[in-house]
Write a protein that binds this ligand. Structure first.
Ligand code: SME
Length: 140
């Protein structure tokens, strides 16, 4: 993808590449922080929850707690929003631009405990690189 390509195209490609590099990742996406609500943006497949309020589910909890979330087994989380009955573990990594949360990565796996601190570190680094484009797509 050329560096002058539209933000959406670049972010789709980034999500697709990092997803394809990880065999245990079964759904990958970026939620954009739009007007105080998480709105589904680039993703590898459609999902049931395309708008998530702050505080709801694993995704909304990351924002309300200002903290990445790594869930070993989603069956143990009360405040979980299921997108697929097969999902077992999930990671949410916040994306910040100029000190503000502009979005987050959300990755689901059908395997328990699929996500490590190395995955979190990788997504944090990628998030820093793409943050300006996420901010612009979110309209921040
Ligand atoms: N499981 C998420 C909802 C998003 S879907 O996984 C794509 C949550 O609990 O916030």
């Amino acid at each position: 993808v050329a560096s002058d390509a539209p933000d959406e195209e670049v972010l789709n490609e980034a999500v697709r590449r990092v997803h394809d590099a990880h065999p245990l990742w079964d759904w990958s996406g970026i939620y954009l922080m739009k007007g105080g609500v998480l709105v589904l943006g680039p993703r590898t497949a459609p999902a049931d929850h395309d708008r998530i309020e702050v505080g709801d589910g694993v995704c909304g909890t990351a924002v309300s707690e200002d903290k990445n979330q790594v869930v070993e087994d989603v069956r143990e989380v009360e405040n979980y929003l299921a997108c697929s009955i097969h999902t077992r573990s999930e990671i949410v990594v916040l994306i910040r631009h100029e000190g503000e949360i502009v979005g987050e990565f959300d990755i689901d796996s059908d395997t328990v405990g699929a996500f490590s601190s190395a995955d979190e570190a990788l997504l944090e680094e990628l998030g820093e690189v793409i943050a300006p484009r996420v901010a612009s797509l979110a309209g921040a």
